[in-house]
Design a binder for this molecule. Structure first.
Ligand SMILES: Cc1cn([C@H]2C[C@H](O)[C@@H](COP(=O)(O)OP(=O)(O)OP(=O)(O)O)O2)c(=O)[nH]c1=O
Length: 184
């Protein structure tokens, strides 16, 4: 099986679930299309990542799994911040409110393609500017959609409530992925 992802969290979740995976990250254009919802976007990008790797000769007869995660609030899509200012602005947007974390997953096995989107609601405490700046200075937000990692030592301190799959927020809804792989 191939995991088309460089995300350390996805790699760990697949390995802990017992899958013998080869890591081949896909480098695709992740630009959103005009009018595309966050949910459409993550499913399309997950499928583009999986298709790019499934097309490689070395992927022949292998199952390919890919995913993409985004944070959605007020019709805005928050991906990975480009710099610390953008990370602070994202966290200010999320402060004291509930947002959605959407992960699109695509599985390709020969001519079969399955994809789905899993959504988890996450509610943040009110965050002070000092708290936001200290968290961003820790470096933890920089490679993560929405500028936080719920699994991180700092990120877990921001979260008041979660409704849905925790592992979906981390980047891969592993229980649903397992069920989709079992059903192939
Ligand atoms: C919201 C949130 C996101 N994230 C991470 C998961 C993803 O790695 C990242 C979103 O970026 P993605 O573009 O989904 O994935 P990636 O670039 O890290 O890896 P690849 O494209 O190779 O699969 O944000 C957390 O780790 N914790 C969180 O709480």
């Amino acid at each position: 099986m191939i995991l088309a992802s460089q995300s350390p969290r996805r790699i760990e979740l697949m390995r802990e679930a017992g899958y013998d995976i080869q890591i081949i990250p896909a480098d695709i254009d992740e630009t959103p299309r005009a009018g595309e919802s966050p949910f459409e976007l993550v499913e399309r990008l997950a499928c583009a990542k999986a298709a790019a790797i499934a097309a490689l000769p070395l992927a022949a007869s292998q199952i390919v799994v890919a995913a993409d995660t985004i944070v959605a609030i007020d019709n805005k899509k928050l991906g990975k911040p480009h710099d610390t200012n953008e990370a602070c602005a994202m966290l200010r947007d999320l402060s004291g409110r509930t947002h959605q974390v959407a992960t699109g997953v695509c599985i390709i096995s020969g001519d079969t393609r399955r994809s789905f989107v899993e959504v988890t609601d996450v509610t943040f405490y009110e965050l002070s500017n000092a708290e936001i700046e200290a968290y961003v200075a820790s470096g933890e937000p920089m490679d993560k959609a929405g500028a936080y990692g719920i699994q991180g030592v700092g990120g877990r301190m921001l979260v008041r409530a979660i409704n849905g799959d925790f592992y979906n927020v981390v980047g891969l809804p592993i229980a649903r992925v397992k069920r989709a792989l079992d059903a192939l």
